[in-house]
Write a protein that binds this ligand. Sequence first.
Ligand code: HEC
Length: 169
Amino acid sequence: MKIIVKSLILTLLIVPITLLGHGNETHDETRITLTPVVMSMDENKTEVFKEINEAYIKEVKPIFKAKCFDCHGTIESYPWYYKVPGIKQLMDWDMEESKEHLDMRKDFPFVSHESPLEDLKSLKEVIEEDDMPPIQYVLGHWDSYLTKLEKETVYEWVDGSIKILGDKK
Ligand code: HEC
């Protein structure tokens, strides 16, 4: 009789333990099924970035190339006054500092300290406020502020990109 009670207690103890043990296995299974999910999310992002970049290259890059790349991209030709001592240092500083904040040399997503989403937002912000190009640059390049049409093109790209980024979150 005692033995039966003992084994019953044991069974009662062991059943939950084995069940818990089983719990571990399910845990492993979840981990296995999770991996492809995470991967496909990354793939999604890459796809979204690709889509945004295609629109960027077509619509926005020509504008930025003309008005922003001297600092944020690759400068194609230096103006004559680049040789003037003092001005050269100022320009070098601008070209370095600007790329530390936002490097457009490799297209979208840009290289920066911020996320691509934050970059899009600050792009629109600086253009809305006419903060970029900086005033010292505009003084030497009278036509470097973005025209109304160019601004609208950039806004359309930024808004559209933020929307697809948000949809894929
Ligand atoms: C004469 C050089 C120069 C030109 C041209 C220029 N920038 Fe900049 N840009 C800078 C510098 C320097 C910084 C970093 C310091 C600052 O934020 O003022 C910067 C920073 C930025 C930032 C980041 C702001 C932040 O909050 O960190 C954005 C966005 C930006 N520029 C966009 C543009 C766009 C768009 C254009 C063209 C329409 C442009 N810039 C043209 C020099 C330039």
